[in-house]
Design a protein around this ligand. Structure first.
Ligand code: CA
Length: 226
């Protein structure tokens, strides 16, 4: 498996390269967005790790150029803390996932493995779980054809669950991913928002899609056909 890291912070790039090579990946590094984009064009990469703030060409432009060529190489975005708009924008442009800096290497590795396992077919611009449809590009979610009126946070929360539909998403991960807060201070925030999200996504419909896994977190799953 060959990965491209586009990251101008030499320390971060070096740390990622070392860790990933130890896990059997072959790694190229670009410290400039323009160089990264041209490497991405030539190289046959299985995945690209892409920083947003880059010299030359920013991460958005690199991703946009890639997707315009219908290049579906999976992209994992590295985003700054406290920037929900960044994450939503990344997903809209066709990123497969994002991870918030600073991150634990083990978490990054788990994300990479998940993306590589599910392969390019899951990169559709639309995520579907039962009769729930999320149009990532247009930033719209609907159930049974009814558009759901979601706030940006709720949309991000629902997208997070939908991207890993069937997997239990811990409240810790939700707190970190959607709010950039740790679980100790964030448990209540997560539960309050999840309650509001359910009121919109599940309450008006016959089948529930969001399920609580007591003491752990939540899973988005269509259980009606079991
Ligand atoms: Ca940077």
């Amino acid at each position: 498996m060959k990965l491209l890291i586009i990251e101008d912070e030499i320390k971060t790039a070096g740390f990622l390269k070392k860790g990933l090579e130890e896990n059997g990946f072959s790694i190229d590094i670009a410290e400039d967005g323009g160089i990264g984009a041209s490497l991405a064009r030539q190289g046959d990469y299985d995945l690209i790790i892409l920083d947003v703030m880059l010299p030359g060409l920013d991460g958005w432009s690199v991703l946009q150029a890639l997707r315009r060529r219908r290049d579906l190489t999976p992209v994992l975005f590295l985003t700054a803390r406290d920037n929900v708009a960044d994450r939503v924008h990344g997903l809209e442009l066709g990123a497969d996932d994002y991870i918030v800096k600073p991150f634990a290497f083990s978490e990054l590795l788990a994300r990479i493995r998940t993306i590589l396992r599910r392969g390019p077919l899951r990169q559709a611009a639309t995520l579907q779980v039962g009769d729930l449809e999320i149009d990532v590009q247009r930033h719209r979610a609907s159930r049974a054809g009814c558009v759901l009126d979601l706030t940006p946070k709720e949309f991000l929360l629902l997208s997070l669950l939908a991207r890993r539909a069937g997997d239990v998403i811990t409240r810790t991960l939700i707190a970190e991913q959607v709010w950039d807060i740790n679980f100790d201070s964030g448990a209540n925030v997560v539960d309050v928002h999840m309650h509001r999200l359910r009121a919109k996504v599940d309450d008006p419909f016959a089948a529930r899609l969001i399920h609580t896994v007591r003491g752990i977190g939540y899973v988005l799953e269509d259980r009606s056909r079991r």
